[in-house]
Write a protein that binds this ligand. Structure first.
Ligand code: P71
Length: 454
């Protein structure tokens, strides 16, 4: 097997590491929040793998075919046929990005305040939209320590799921959200067996199952590599089986549809489509464009297929693994095995002297920027936020610093620079301090909060 990337590079964008004094100044000006840094002050940008990938020549050329008709554009039908082919779902609605799909879905499915929405684990915007619609998000992730091997660490705890439905009543549950891969748990995969079992439980009690499939292609790759009976299957066939265990999907197309902007809703039956579709026109736009241009729909249709290519997936997941192995071999505590899109550093172990409510994952993020111009993001108690009822900070199950790898963007030499940065910070870890809020917004606070060193 060749070791190289399954592409060569046709267009380049210069990047550089600015001097240390400039990084200190930039961080202060950003109120110690990496979201406020200018990208030109960042050397290697691992803030997110969302919308930051490189499109292929096939996607760029498909964009020239964009049909910009307001309704019924041919670009929409090309996208719809692709989505139906992969998922089996007949009813497809584009949205401007994942959270557009979430807002539409939860505003219609949460019909009474206080209804529960159950998940293997919500991502932040999904959790935010459940709360904004008056619902109560509940995470039911299996419990495995971060450094302990488990092939499918993103799984739903199906025992607790069934118990919860029994205790609280199916009529009080708006839906189940199956997040694949499980981003908040470290980009960890969910097994086909777990997806099937979740759907069986849901059907037994008449509860709806929606997938959150931002990174479903990476999840299919893990099923192929790790679950018995899937080694010889093409990822698209694994995807088809997976989608058969659900009623619909919400997607941020900025990940596994390999586009810079876009999202999707898709449903198996017309009733659900009609119910949820009612909110699309006022929030997103007409049903066949959902806030996107015709050219965006074309790029998405091509990207959805490219992301299921086995060579691409092996390269993609392999690159994340390469970074993970460099860090693990150096003794850095990380979520193990690494997930599909990012390496998650266990910041609680990296910075044992920083208390959880001074956000060790965020403190380490700031340190990595100062050390090597690498931009990461906190995934932990800062991102989880406060309990809307008590106003108290909720302690998350993990305190992570996430290094998310954009798709087809950086080379392995860049990742070696990243590893060196993390290792250097590890050697000086005692000097790294926690943070406190200087300004704290109510919803999705991590995006726009200001901080001071604690
Ligand atoms: C990610 C993001 C987006 C993000 C979050 C925090 C900082 C920077 C960027 C978005 C997701 C996701 C899952 C599983 C829905 C969304 C929302 N992830 N579900 O991980 O991971 O999609 O961004 O298109 O609205 O960096 P959207």
């Amino acid at each position: 097997m060749p070791k190289g990337e399954p592409f060569k590079i046709k267009m380049v964008e210069p990047i550089r590491l600015i001097p240390r004094e400039d990084r200190e100044r930039a961080l202060k000006e950003a109120h110690y929040n990496p979201f406020f840094l200018r990208s030109s002050d960042v050397y290697i940008d691992l803030l997110t793998d969302s919308g930051t990938g490189a499109m292929s020549q096939f996607q760029w050329s498909a964009m020239m075919l964009g049909d910009e008709s307001y309704a019924g554009a041919s670009s929409y039908y090309r996208l719809k046929e692709t989505v139906t082919d992969i998922t089996g779902y007949e009813y497809v609605i584009p949205t401007h990005q994942g959270r557009g799909a979430e807002k539409v879905a939860f505003s219609q499915l949460i019909t009474r305040p206080g209804m529960y929405v159950l998940s293997n684990m919500f991502f932040d915007t999904t959790r935010g939209h459940v709360q904004l619609a008056g619902g109560r998000p509940v995470d039911l992730l299996i419990d495995v320590p971060t450094e302990e091997y488990h092939p499918f660490k993103g799984n739903m705890d199906t025992e607790r799921l069934e118990q919860f439905i029994r205790e609280h009543g199916a009529e009080n549950i708006a839906c189940i959200v199956m997040t694949v891969t499980n981003n908040s748990a470290g980009g960890q995969p969910v097994s086909m067996a777990n997806i099937r079992e979740t759907y069986q439980i849901a059907r037994k009690y008449g509860v709806l199952v929606l997938f959150d499939v931002a990174r479903y292609a990476e999840n299919c790759h893990f099923i192929r590599m790790r679950e018995e009976g899937y080694a010889d299957k093409h990822p698209i066939d694994i995807a088809r089986e997976m989608f058969s265990y659900g009623d619909g999907l919400m997607m941020s197309a900025k990940k596994d549809a390999l586009v810079n902007i876009g999202g999707l809703l898709a449903f198996r039956d017309e009733e659900l489509f009609t119910k949820v579709g009612a909110a699309v026109v006022p929030f997103e736009g007409f049903l066949t464009y959902g806030g996107l241009a015709g050219r965006d729909l074309e790029a998405m249709a091509v990207g959805l297929r490219e992301a299921l290519d086995p060579d691409y997936l092996a390269y993609r997941v392999g690159q994340v693994q390469y970074l993970g192995e460099m860090l693990r071999n150096a003794g850095i505590p990380i979520q193990w095995p690494v997930g599909g899109h990012a390496v998650f550093i266990d910041a609680a172990k990296f910075l044992p002297h920083v208390p959880w409510d001074q956000f060790p994952g965020h403190a380490l993020t700031l340190a990595l920027y100062l050390e090597g111009g690498v931009r990461a993001v906190e995934v932990g108690s800062l991102m989880i936020g406060r309990d809307p009822e008590t106003g108290e900070n909720v302690r998350g199950p993990f305190e992570f610093t996430r290094l998310a790898i954009p798709r087809r963007v950086y080379t392995n030499l860049h990742l070696e620079d990243v590893a060196e940065t993390v290792i250097n910070a590890f050697q000086k870890r005692e000097e790294i301090r926690g943070v406190k809020f200087a300004r704290e917004p109510k919803v999705l606070r991590h995006f726009t909060a200001w901080f001071d060193p604690a």
